[in-house]
Design a protein around this ligand. Structure first.
Ligand code: NI
Length: 304
């Protein structure tokens, strides 16, 4: 009996102590709750204030980015110094670190079968939008050789091409054959288009595709960009049947192919078929990725 009552006594003491200490903790718990709520609200405000729209950010990589390590032109197009004027803001610093840590989107085309889809003569409101939608849905990337005179009215399309990690190339100002103009004319066609593209806020193109493929080796001294021709040509400019365009591509394509197509409706409709036909065998990469081109590379290329 005595043992039992002792135990009861012990347990009564214990429960009183517990009640006391819990009661004693209440104000501390309230304080802790308030601190947590403040931290939560401050973090939420900082996240809310992170740049939501990358349209307005400078997209030209800092020169120093080109010199260190392997070149990742697409992952590095946001310069952390420029988007984080207040670099003490931990939330923004963290966001930048996260962006930098993203793996480069480039598959190694030395070991993986890659193809470069290219679309010339755009941008065009309807077909470019359709092409970009198809590429995005399939995690595919392509290269758009745009005409300078069309760029000014299509800034959003140019930005979207770039933001989806597609490449933008120069296809001259107004599609003049370079066999019909002089050296000054060639320089003007190229530089005016470079300027129009840069003005939209995307990096200056590294690639040039001559209109009609009209090109002489000596023209490189005036073009001053890598010249990109092709080795697969479905002649989509002459076809209005999307299935037919897709069929020729499927027949001609090989690992390392550069496929020339045009930014037009029949081709935009052919693209989902092409992607479906080829996606189990090939990675869809930009021309610079396919050829592993370094910034400011020169040369003439028809495929890998
Ligand atoms: Ni063209």
């Amino acid at each position: 009996m005595e043992v039992v009552s002792l135990r009861r006594l012990e347990s009564q003491k214990y429960s009183t102590a517990t009640k006391k200490s819990v009661f004693y903790l209440v104000p501390q718990m309230v304080t802790a709750g308030v601190i947590l709520a403040v931290i939560f609200i401050v973090t939420a405000i900082k996240i809310e204030n992170l740049p939501q729209n990358f349209d307005n950010l400078p997209t030209q990589p800092a020169a120093s980015l080109h010199t260190k390590g392997p070149v990742r032109p697409y992952a590095q197009t946001i310069n952390p110094e420029q988007i984080a004027p207040d670099s003490n803001d931990m939330a923004i610093v963290f966001a930048n670190k996260f962006l930098e840590a993203l793996p480069p989107p480039t598959p190694d085309c030395k070991v993986v079968a890659c193809v470069a889809l290219t679309f010339d003569d755009g941008p065009e409101e309807k077909s470019t939008t359709m092409i970009l939608d198809s590429l995005d849905r399939n995690f595919a990337h392509a290269t758009f050789f745009v005409l300078g005179y069309k760029v000014a009215g299509s800034q959003d399309l140019i930005k979207r091409m770039h933001q989806s990690n597609n490449e933008i190339g120069n296809h001259s100002w107004n599609h003049a054959s370079f066999l019909t103009i002089d050296r000054a004319g060639i320089q003007h066609q190229v530089s005016k288009t470079q300027d129009a593209i840069k003005k939209t806020g995307v990096p200056a193109p590294q690639l040039f595709r001559p209109p009609y493929g009209d090109f002489l080796v000596k023209m490189q001294r005036d073009i001053k960009l890598a010249v990109i021709l092709w080795n697969v040509d479905p002649k989509d400019w002459d076809k209005n049947n999307p299935a037919k365009i897709a069929e020729v591509v499927k027949k001609q394509v090989k690992p390392g192919s550069i496929i020339v197509m045009h930014d037009k409706m029949a081709t935009a409709k052919a693209l989902p078929i092409i992607l479906r036909d080829l996606r189990t065998k090939y990675k869809f990469v930009t021309v610079s990725q396919l050829l592993n081109l370094k910034p400011n590379a020169k040369g003439v290329y028809v495929g890998r």
